[in-house]
Design a protein around this ligand. Sequence first.
Ligand code: GRF
Length: 214
Amino acid sequence: MSTGGANSIAKKRVAVLISGRGSNMAALIEAAKASDYPAEIALVLSNRPDAAGLVRARQADIATAIIDHTPFGKDREAFERALDAQLRAHRIDLVCLAGFMRRLTPWLVTQWRGRILNIHPSLLPQFKGLDTHRRAIAAGVTEHGATVHFVVAELDAGPIVAQERVAVRDGDTEETLAARVLEVEHRLYPQALRAAAEGRARVDCSGTTTAGGT
Ligand code: GRF
């Protein structure tokens, strides 16, 4: 945990992991600008050198790192050891996955137990995995949404920190629904990170404890 001066509140140091455009990353950076926000974005890390989000992070004066997964081939743990070293070098307290398209192994999840959040574009446990908006429309559900959860080894399965619903409208396409959910994501992720950074959302032996705010 980071420490501040005698009269300052210690902000949690957060790494945001991305693979693409980084709109959720940008929402977290924006939220963290508030002086009373309990976390600072200390690092944006991408596994793709060409991720558009890296440009946005640099424009916001956030430290960036690239760990390209391709040279590691199938050795996922070697990739993750490099990732883990970066997180430790930047004295990271909490990790936010934001469109990070690599599955984490049990090794990394154990190292960072209760300290990794992910945002998923569905009302978990519905529609784990990819193509959530297309699958929601195909299933004919009337409500869809977004979820922030703690990461466990099983995909999209960890304790839920925050969830918000959106109505599925007649005539919605994958694109219109995705846009409506994304708007929710940009509000939900900063709220959930705040709850985790303040210790109001945390993993205990029985799952998640949450109180207030989200
Ligand atoms: C978001 O829909 C998020 O829920 C999912 O991947 C997408 C990332 O978008 N995990 P962005 O890179 O944050 O714009």
